[in-house]
Write a protein that binds this ligand. Structure first.
Ligand SMILES: Cc1ncc(COP(=O)(O)O)c(C=O)c1O
Length: 407
């Protein structure tokens, strides 16, 4: 074997990266245990599984994917994405909101690509993106990969409500120190907590963001990865509309969950601002960023989603199939809330979405005990993330009992 060399072949930044995403590593561990014949409840996977453990798919979407013409599938898509796909997403997402007429966009590989474009386009190197203290771990990875940082505010106050005061303080601090803001809000159905803001919370968040957008260049990104599973998919837009008067409102749209197309990597960054000159600059910057990263996105995935959104026969079929999956998920949410009543589990208001987060004093210790019992969840600071999207309804009572006994 060659001797280790004194010279580091990798630059410092990349010389000691963690090899595997911790969630994927835990999932692999759960699967190995299952393969050995152990009884396992695997609540790590961020994908919606049927109660029999297979990936939930929307048959009409899969059929549309199969029907993509060979020439379309094999050819390059336009750099910023297929125009008809982007138009369909824009209409579906923004509907009759005033944001629809002031939107520019680019196709991205999943919502992840949209988050990546937002970080690289709307912040300078070394600057921070602001988000809540509970957040999807890859925000940090993407920021780090692009030499940016994540600055957080405490997500909940003592009453368990969204902590708007903490958000305001952080907005003030970060805007004072870096002279511009990029804020990520993952709502509705926040990952990892499952929280969706109330009307009053959205109003207070809106007021704070409008105020700060008058002081420094501000971009607010709504990460809507789970929007298709929310009770109301458009009500929150009115809180974002006034922010586009001074700043930019972005959406990280994803086809992964709503169309069950995780592996096709279909997504889009939609950016809205009233200022026409800035809007054109944003469109050019996004297109440039596409060329400078993945060049162009998956033509087949975009085409299948475009058809599902615009075809008069396919669209209602897809909505019907998705409604079945939403009901499947809702039954699990109800089973969780029901089983957790009277236990010592403490968690934010949870009325829909793929995940819930249970607060834990010693998440690592609890996780070790849970793993011994064949229960796999994802530890985070002061918490355990439970992916109900991947747990059969019949296992939820045992899952809650295990959590209650191990915390
Ligand atoms: C909060 C959040 N945002 C964005 C994404 C992006 O997903 P994708 O890149 O598959 O669209 C995910 C996926 O798990 C997520 O949980």
């Amino acid at each position: 074997m060659a001797k280790p060399r004194a010279v580091k072949l990798l630059p410092d930044r990349n010389s000691d990266r963690p090899g595997n995403d911790p969630i994927f590593a835990l999932n692999a561990q759960a699967q190995q245990r299952k393969a050995k014949g152990d009884a396992v409840i695997n609540a790590t996977v961020g994908a919606l599984l049927e109660d029999d453990g297979t990936l939930a798919v929307l048959p009409t979407v899969i059929e549309a994917l199969r029907q993509v013409p060979a020439q379309k599938a094999a050819g390059y898509a336009p750099i910023a994405g297929d125009a008809a796909f982007l138009e369909a997403v824009r209409k579906d997402l923004l509907g009759s909101s005033s944001l629809a007429s002031i939107a520019v966009s680019a196709a991205t590989p999943g919502g992840t690509g949209a988050l990546r474009h937002a970080i690289s386009t709307f912040t300078e190197r070394g600057q921070s993106v602001v988000t809540s203290s509970y957040y999807w771990g890859p925000y940090q990875t993407i920021a780090d990969e692009h030499e940016r940082k994540v600055t957080t505010f405490a997500m909940f106050d003592e009453q368990g409500a969204f902590n708007v005061e903490a958000m305001k303080r952080t907005l003030d601090e970060v805007s004072a120190s870096q002279g511009r803001l990029l804020v990520f809000l993952n709502d509705p159905c926040h990952n990892p907590t499952g929280y969706s803001m109330s009307t009053g919370e959205w109003e207070a968040v809106r007021d704070a963001l409008v105020a700060v957008s008058k002081k420094v260049p501000t971009t607010v990104l709504a990460d809507v990865a789970y929007l298709a599973f929310a009770k109301d998919t458009q009500g929150f837009l009115k809180y974002l509309e006034p922010i586009a008067e001074h700043g930019i409102v972005c959406f990280a749209w994803s086809g992964s969950k709503g169309f069950g197309l995780y592996g096709q990597r279909v997504g889009a960054l939609i950016a809205c601002t009233q200022d026409e000159t800035q809007r054109s600059a944003v469109q050019r910057a996004l297109t440039y960023a596409c060329r400078g990263t993945w060049s162009n996105c998956n033509a087949s995935g975009m085409e299948a989603v475009r058809r599902c959104l615009t075809d008069a026969e396919l669209d209602p079929k897809v909505r019907g199939e998705r409604a079945r999956l939403t009901a499947l998920l809702d039954r699990r949410v109800q089973a969780f809330n029901g089983a957790a009543k009277g236990t010592k589990l403490s968690y934010p208001r949870y009325d829909g979405g793929f995940f819930v987060t249970v607060f834990a004093k010693d998440p690592k210790g609890a996780m070790d005990k849970l793993i011994e019992r064949g229960v796999f969840v994802v530890p985070g600071p002061g918490s355990l993330r439970v992916a109900l999207c991947s747990v059969a309804e019949k296992d939820i009572a045992s899952l809650v009992r295990a959590l209650d006994e191990c915390l």
